[in-house]
Design a protein around this ligand. Sequence first.
Ligand code: MV4
Length: 446
Amino acid sequence: MFEKILIANRGEIALRIHRACREMGIHTVAVHSTADADAMHVRLADESVCIGPPSAKESYLNIPAILTAAAITGADAIHPGVGFMSENANFAEMVEEHGFVFIGPTPEHIRLMGDKVTAKKTVKKLGLPTVPGSDGAVETVEEAQKVAAKTGYPVLIKASAGGGGKGMKIANNESEVAEAYQLARGEARISFGNDEVYMERYLANPRHIEVQLIGDTHGNAIHFGERDCSIQRRHQKVLEEAPSPGLNACERVKIGELAAKVIQKIGYRGVGTIEFLYENGEFFFIEMNTRLQVEHTITEMITGIDLVREQIRVACGLPLSYKQEDISFNGHAIECRINAENPETFAPSPGQIKGFHAPGGLGVRVDSALYDGYHVPTYYDSMIAKLVVHGSNRNECLLRLRRSLEEFFIGGIDTTLPLHQSIISQPDFINGDYTIHWLEHFLNME
Ligand code: MV4
């Protein structure tokens, strides 16, 4: 096993990784910007290295500084966490070239899935249902019009290098195709430096369902069921739950086994998530994430498994500790992402924390790097805490979540705690009756 891991991240996820390391007897190295010298992830780590000024580009995204920090502290491996370097194939390659282990998939697997056209071709060939549309990249307006006529309207034009909704355009009829096609390419070129696009039938009102997976270097791959991530605003997830209130046990097992077979067949090492849109009882693959995700916590709550521990084990070349038949699903879990934002305008609300009380009790987990007196910096993501609640069924989970949100106190700044109170008291949410558009409709009505 590794003796020392450098955690190339900050905030709650750096703490989450540190905790797994501690329990495994692994020493940790924190890296931080000058703005994060007082951060909790720095305080808890065994050692820390300042890697640059506040801007993420010069610190948490600064590859030479991170590699140097790993070298001078004698780390064996680098954990990229979420965001930042976690899906950067070039970084993964450089980490390995410098003699460290990248705690994640191979650079080849990151590239394969980072390109949405090659990802879709790969999973389709291996048996996953995909959205009807173009067979790969669409090179010209004429080709786009042909594909649209065959697929039927509305169609969606998507960037191959995309994800997160950038470079995505809808065409509702033939007259809209040419313009949507050019706009999508232009946006893709500006955002990603790659203007390749592909096309799909536009699904009007789906749920966003993702399957948690892990593969090891011994040919084993298993799934941990799904999460429903439909409650989102502007492609930012707000609340996630597992299992999805929209699926039955039969659908869950079927999609989980199909997804696990894909990562087993490509020889995938590490944790990963296969994302689907789900509409009218049908699944359609959209993307694969080749990293640990923020919302892995709800899967941990219903399975009782430490996913970061398993991720570190497989990166080290050890076999998975579990077989598929060892995984059982117990109860229900919901995660609320608490952001330092105005709960109505979503304007960022950085500043000093004046009073902090986290909820507790049975089935309640708070992952956060906050403390009383801490100054939330302006430079980074606004997520400051995750409230993760487990119950023996969805109703118990909701009652416990309501109680926990009431108990949670974060003073001195605005947070999205009241937004979560409001979401979980809506009848649609209580009934599990929502899709990817529900939150934005709800916010527009208020
Ligand atoms: C779609 C779709 C409808 N039809 N694909 C948005 C970002 C990228 N991850 C995929 N996205 C979508 N792809 C087809 N064929 C609707 C979305 C979408 C979406 C997907 C997941 C979660 C939130 C979303 C919000 C708006 C649109």
